[in-house]
Design a protein around this ligand. Structure first.
Ligand code: ADP
Ligand code: MG
Length: 218
């Protein structure tokens, strides 16, 4: 079933002299239950595409639709709250909180019940044991912070999961576990998982590999 549609999306950043077009009529339809990776060199527009698909920004031209509805009509914040969770390259954790509190805050915003126990379960699943989950996130390593960010997204139980180079700061073992979780989410919960990466190793483990080149999705 089609959940997310990128329809002829072009996006420009306004420069001092002329706009810089990063995406040029990019189109693709993403299905439920599929783990897709999007490969592309640095600067090819991966993060831009992901922020548009996350509802953090609106495309200069074209449309992004969730189950047929334009995100602009639905409201970007509503889309982010109810339907899409994003794992950012730079974690974006609430730095004055612990791991558990970060996960619980996201669950509350999304209206997910389960509280502390559920939060701890998700953290444990990505390799953060209870004693680390209780520490302020700034006392964790980069890789551990990324795992908290992943747990936070997973706990929201939404049908689209978007991730920007999620395993970039992780060791091979942890990266493998995270990819396995993405596969399970797609295949068992039916989540539409979209990961942008420049790792061919990660991409090979997804169901579908797309590439971003010259502003288009191929
Ligand atoms: P990737 O994630 O594939 O490395 P990005 O989407 O971050 O690519 O960036 C694509 C291009 O857009 C790059 O040339 C980058 O410099 C430019 N860019 C990204 N964000 C901005 C911005 N806020 N303002 C101006 N240019 C930007
Ligand atoms: Mg990027």
């Amino acid at each position: 079933m089609m959940v997310l549609e990128i329809d002829s999306v072009s996006h420009a950043y306004l420069g001092r002299r002329k706009p810089k077009w990063v995406l040029k009529k990019a189109s693709h339809t993403f299905e439920a239950g599929t783990f897709t990776s999007i490969l592309g060199p640095s600067g090819s527009g991966k993060t831009t595409l992901l922020s548009l698909a996350s509802g953090l920004d609106t495309p200069t031209e074209g449309a992004i639709r969730y189950r047929g509805q334009d995100l602009r009509d639905m409201g970007l914040s509503r889309y982010r709250r109810r339907h899409a969770a994003t794992i950012f390259q730079s974690y974006n954790l609430l730095t004055y909180l612990t791991g558990i509190q970060n996960v619980r805050a996201a669950m509350e915003i999304t209206g997910i019940r389960g509280g502390r126990t559920r939060a701890l379960e998700w953290l444990e699943r990505v390799g953060i044991p209870a004693d680390e989950a209780r520490r302020n996130v700034l006392q964790l390593s980069g890789g551990q912070q990324q795992r908290v960010a992943i747990a936070r997204a997973l706990a929201c139980d939404v049908d689209i999961l978007l991730a920007d180079e999620p395993t970039g700061n992780l060791d091979t073992g942890t990266a493998g576990q995270i990819i396995e979780i993405f596969r399970e989410l797609a295949h068992q919960r039916g989540t539409c998982v979209i990961v942008v990466t420049h790792s061919h190793h990660l991409a090979k483990q997804s169901d579908q590999i797309l590439t971003l080149a010259k502003g288009r999705i191929a």
